[in-house]
Design a protein around this ligand. Structure first.
Ligand SMILES: Nc1ncnc2c1ncn2[C@@H]1O[C@H](COP(=O)(O)OP(=O)(O)OP(=O)(O)O)[C@@H](O)[C@H]1O
Length: 242
């Protein structure tokens, strides 16, 4: 599939990240264009989460460049990038367990001051995630893993992201919940949000992606259109169990 737009929102070149003496990311390059859904797949320990942390300003990087909206993110904190629309839903979700669903959604809008807009967006989240609406006054910590994933996505969307980074949203969920989460990712994408999706579920992630990247042992080893990669024998052998 052709790139959605010529406007590059996120550009990573020669990225290297180390933990102490161990190089986890060894020179990674990728880009995300406006309106695209890009999937980054790869097995355990490939360096996907490390890459996401560097991109969102939560982990320092040793070498390379990361540009968001045409400007280097080096030295910028994670909050500053969130304010500029670069928002991650981390692996493990991180909802505020002792707050209700509605309160969690309100927290997601903490950078905004438009009260009417925030209320309208909470309604929009309830339309997107009817399950959250049903349980709006329930404490987030008492919800199932899939419900918490929905809440984490809803909370991130409340900040009106330009680029939404999702780190393994399907991890640990039942097959039905995985279906639901991928459906929601598609809906959010259809609404025009640019998405970078990190997944071990390669088949599902490539099915919905405009483009994909495969990461192995800290480097990008393959890239292409999502559906073409799905039918690539090398991808099928390594990631789809064939
Ligand atoms: N805080 C840390 N300290 C030391 N090593 C780390 C740390 N976090 C990750 N690593 C190592 O860096 C490498 C890449 O890990 P990372 O979490 O980025 O992989 P991943 O592709 O996201 O894997 P997974 O799909 O299992 O989450 C792994 O070898 C991991 O053990």
């Amino acid at each position: 599939m052709a790139e959605k737009s010529n406007k590059v929102l996120l550009q990573v070149k020669g990225l290297k990240v180390a933990y102490g003496g161990i190089q986890a990311v060894k020179g990674v390059a990728f880009e995300v264009h406006e309106g695209e859904l890009v999937s980054l797949i790869g097995s355990n320990g490939a360096g996907k989460t490390t890459t996401m942390k560097a991109v969102t300003g939560t982990l320092p990087f040793n070498d390379g460049t990361i540009e968001y909206l045409g400007k280097s993110i080096r030295g910028r904190g994670a909050w500053d990038l969130v304010r500029d629309g670069l928002v991650m839903v981390p692996e493990g979700r991180g909802v505020f367990a002792r707050m209700t669903i509605t309160e969690n959604l309100q927290m997601g809008a903490y950078i905004r001051t438009d009260k009417a807009g925030i209320a309208a967006d909470i309604d929009r989240m309830f339309a997107l995630f009817p399950r959250l609406k049903e349980r709006r006054d329930q404490l987030a910590g008492t919800m199932s893993g899939g419900e918490q994933q929905m809440l984490a996505m809803g909370r991130a969307l409340m900040s009106q992201p330009k680029v939404l980074l999702l780190d393994e949203p399907s991890m640990g969920l039942s097959p039905i919940m995985v279906d639901k989460i991928f459906e929601v990712v598609r809906d959010v994408y259809a609404q025009g949000v640019t998405i970078l999706l990190v997944e071990q579920n390669a088949s599902r992630a490539l099915q919905i992606a405009d483009r994909g990247y495969v990461m192995e042992s800290g480097i990008i080893t393959m890239t292409g259109a999502g559906r073409e990669m799905l039918s690539d024998p090398k991808v099928r052998a390594a990631y789809l169990g064939e």
